[in-house]
Design a protein around this ligand. Structure first.
Ligand code: AMP
Length: 197
């Protein structure tokens, strides 16, 4: 079960917000798509605006999970300011550590259901029937940016910019590390223990 379902809080993935914006069409989606398909990061101003918009629409409950955000120090500084503006407590920041080659293997095997969002892995967690979602029977597909060239570029930007976020939260003593190389249930249990404090 997803962490957000267990904790009954909203799950905000900036990547998912971008994919929805692209599907709806319009200039913001078009601008973001150019970066996403090359495996580059969407510029901070665009990311921060989309998160600010989400908080304005849904942030009335003080608990939510950000996934894939912040990815740069600039985004982390903006998030700190947005939390202060709303008098929200400092976030719990969890770094799930996985070596680059394992990340690559996991992403290249990822299959997703367009209808209900369920995720599978072609080798480690295959659906019961090839190409079909166990939960709703819809077709499974791969994300266009889950190809080796793009993933290697995403990993390069992770090293270049996102490691700065790790340093940002490590300094503020708010960073918790979880070994992501173990089974899903162990990783899930560790995260739950941290969040429930
Ligand atoms: P994800 O769904 O988290 O894998 O994100 C997919 C793509 O969306 C990334 O490779 C980036 O191009 C873009 N993206 C998502 N979140 C961010 C973010 N916080 N900052 C910059 N770009 C992002």
């Amino acid at each position: 079960m997803a962490l957000s379902v267990t904790l009954q809080v909203a799950h905000v993935s900036t990547g998912q917000l971008f994919r929805e914006t692209i599907r709806r069409g319009g200039p913001t989606g078009q601008a973001a798509q150019q970066f996403i398909e090359k495996g580059q990061l969407v510029p901070d101003a665009v990311v921060i605006a989309i998160v600010r918009g989400w908080l304005e629409d849904h942030g009335n409950r003080p608990e939510f999970i950000f996934d894939g955000f912040p990815r740069t120090t600039g985004q982390a500084v903006a998030l700190d300011a947005m939390m202060r503006e709303r008098s929200l407590p400092a976030p719990v920041v969890i770094l799930i550590e996985v070596p680059p080659e394992v990340t690559l293997e996991r992403i290249l095997g990822r299959l997703g259901c367009e209808t209900c969002g369920a995720l599978y892995h072609a080798t480690f967690d295959p659906p019961k029937r090839a190409g079909e979602c166990d939960k709703c029977g819809s077709a499974l597909g791969r994300r266009a940016d889950d190809n080796e060239t793009t993933v290697r570029e995403r990993l390069r930007w992770y090293e270049e910019l996102t490691l700065g976020v790790v340093a940002h939260y490590a300094k503020a003593a708010g960073l918790r590390r979880v070994d992501g190389c173990r089974g899903r249930q162990q990783v899930f249990a560790d995260i739950l223990r941290i969040v429930k404090g």
